[in-house]
Design a protein around this ligand. Structure first.
Ligand code: ATP
Length: 311
């Protein structure tokens, strides 16, 4: 094993009947990474998390954490990780504090140390004043925040977050992001699954795009985006005012039209300065033009023929 690998998946496969939920996935995660697993519903993200956490058995391949095989019997290895499950796993009739006490004890914490960790956890997710309230009285966002810290009381090296912001209001979402970034800066390695490309772009130092149980692309955001054949595209409304421009652009790049808008991808040899000189000479306001950087959405479309949102 490479000494800079914390978690290693080698040709990991998992089937449910005839369905290959994961198909020969290989992946190495280095200590300190904030790794994003980006893919649509049903891509295999939760299955990968459950296998890494030792909650389900592999059908093929191997997973090691710190060089030790991860399996349902390797309890010591499981202590090194925390799992934030996709669905909220809390006892709604119990108070927030009773919940965290149960999770802390399951993670091996007792006495003064447990009390200390509870204080830290409530402070970290700004729920100190609600610790004695029943979880069923919490908003969705508050439950999500509690669900997150419940996985962290034993200070795992590796945190698996399975779509932790689904159904969360923007304020709680930002609180979760800030907390995860702070944890990552303090040395916790994070694997974060999402179907929101904005989250992967904002949080993750490296991203794997997953679909139908296979990792289709892997790299930093910049590395992934350079796989796209174009640098930039410019969108503008399809109106009579822009018709003269459209008639002159064909020679300089690729032009597509959909939903009342044109999109122009200049050839590499055609500088944007020439484009804007042309629009000015036609008396068109610069405000009509919006330039788009290539996005993960565009890469996903290119890799799968579908958009992330619709698939
Ligand atoms: N216990 C199970 N039995 C049968 N099929 C399953 C089971 N769990 C998952 N699947 C199927 O395996 C595939 C991968 O599911 P998985 O939950 O890992 O995807 P996901 O990317 O996490 O998607 P989602 O965000 O919808 O949970 C899907 O087609 C799903 O229907």
């Amino acid at each position: 094993m490479n000494p800079s690998t914390l978690l290693s998946l080698q040709s990991v496969s998992k089937r449910y009947g005839s369905l290959a939920a994961l198909d020969q996935v290989s992946l190495a995660i280095a200590p300190g990474e904030f790794f994003g697993l980006l893919g649509p519903n049903g891509a295999g993200k939760s299955t990968l998390m459950a296998l890494v956490a030792g909650l389900r058995a592999l059908d093929g391949g191997a997973i090691t954490l710190d060089g030790q095989p991860v399996s349902s019997t390797a309890f010591a290895a499981r202590r090194a990780l925390g799992l934030v499950p996709q669905s909220i796993a809390l006892y709604s009739e119990l108070t927030a504090e009773e919940n965290l006490r149960i999770f802390g004890e399951l993670q091996g914490l007792r006495g003064a140390q447990l009390n200390e960790r509870l204080d830290e956890a409530f402070a970290a997710v700004q729920l100190q004043d609600r610790r004695r309230a029943q979880v069923k009285t919490f908003s969705g966002g508050m439950q999500r925040r509690l669900n997150l810290v419940a996985a962290l009381l034993h200070r795992p090296k590796l945190l698996l977050c399975d779509e932790p912001t689904v159904g969360v209001d923007p304020q709680s979402r930002n609180a979760i992001f800030d907390y995860l970034q702070q944890l990552n800066r303090s040395g916790v390695t994070i694997i974060y699954s999402t179907h929101y490309m904005e989250e992967a772009e904002r949080l993750c130092s490296r991203i794997g795009i997953i679909d139908h149980g296979k990792i289709l692309a892997l790299g930093s955001l910049d590395e992934l985006l350079t796989q796209l054949p174009f640098e930039e595209e410019i969108a503008f409304p399809a109106t009579p005012a822009t018709a003269a421009l459209v008639s002159q652009l064909g020679a300089h790049g690729e032009l597509t039209t959909a939903n009342g808008a044109h999109r122009f991808r200049p050839r590499p040899a055609y500088p944007l300065s020439a484009f804007f000189a042309l629009t000015e000479s036609l008396g068109l306001s610069p405000r009509l033009f919006v330039s788009h950087r290539p996005s993960l959405e565009a890469l996903f479309l290119r890799l799968t023929g579908r958009t992330l949102r619709d698939s």
